[in-house]
Design a protein. Sequence first.
Length: 397
Amino acid sequence: MTDFTATRALFHLPEGVIYLDGNSLGPMPRAATDRVARTLRDEWGEMLIGGWNRAGWMAQPRALGDRLGRLIGAEPGSVVLGDTLSIKVYQALAAALEMQPDRRVILSDSGNFPTDLYMAEGLIAGLGRGHQLVIVAPEAVEDRIGPDLAVLMLTEVDYRTGRRHDMARLTRAAHDAGALVLWDLAHSAGAFAVDLAGTGADFAAGCTYKYLNAGPGAPAFIYVAPRHQDAARPALSGWLGHAAPFAFEPAYRPGAGIERMRVGTPPVLQMAALEAALDIWDGVDMDKLRARSIELTELFIALVEPRCPDLHLVTPRDPGQRGSQVSFRFPDGYAAMQALIARGVIGDFRAPDIMRFGFAPLYIGEDEVRRAADILAEVMENRLWDDPAYHIRAAVT
Ligand SMILES: Cc1ncc(COP(=O)(O)O)c(C=O)c1O
């Protein structure tokens, strides 16, 4: 059984802080300092270039992909790590579009994260084949699926509202229309159990720095369903996705299976931090995690709503339709969030007016939720946010 008191002790959290922003950047696993130090000292320091073979650096993107794969329901050998999520979205979308030569529509929704939409725009321009990016409201996605659809590209959990799409249903609808599906799991991986194989997803990508707690700049992952791996042509044909990188052939030949989605040199130090994070995840029962996450988000909503009438809940009330975050709309949300942070409750703000709070059961419990709700109520009831200092915007919100 997953003991959430025990997992809490495995993270470093600064004294006096209630951390409700693990949906943006997870906290540091305590073991990461030693794990990264070991890679620096014993591997890079002592082995020098020998680390690629002797310390297994080159094999890590696949090996860690398989460990992470359990959390997202991926078949062994279908996930690889590297690059950033933006890059992995581009690669997956490019491969999917090429597998749909007679269709031109990419469908997404207005709740998708901008980088996914920007990457699609850039890819469309580069291809120059008249593809069209259609963006509809999240509730209108299913109705827009039709015979012109090449790829349905969605982020499962809306980064602003926390609304969760029905992955199985939309994947089925897209497949019935002859389309392929690409899921962005940035706010899903580590938030609840994802079932990529079970839902029949074609492609997926996600990051490891949010709920997975692998640190700032941690590598992204890409999933390609086994049935597509031999057909998926890598648009970013880097040497480490080549069938024989160290043959240094002048022409590109795609590697076997998911290996072809690698691009260049893997980020070894970040992989070490990810390993420390996965050591924790290996022991986590995802059903228990989900049950706890729902308890915490339900509690927060129940405590905040009656005491903060100025905050408008934008996260679905039905727990089955949300990820592991709760968001409120408030016109002075930026200042209110700064007032909260000044009082030790860390969440974040997304323009134009969304206050976001992430709930990660690995290190957040009922006590923290109660205290955070009390502090939020105090900020709102006494208009503590109405201080000029809290209105000055930092670069990262
Ligand atoms: C849904 C989603 N996709 C993509 C990204 C960012 O991708 P990258 O890791 O390339 O910065 C984010 C960042 O928060 C995100 O929430």
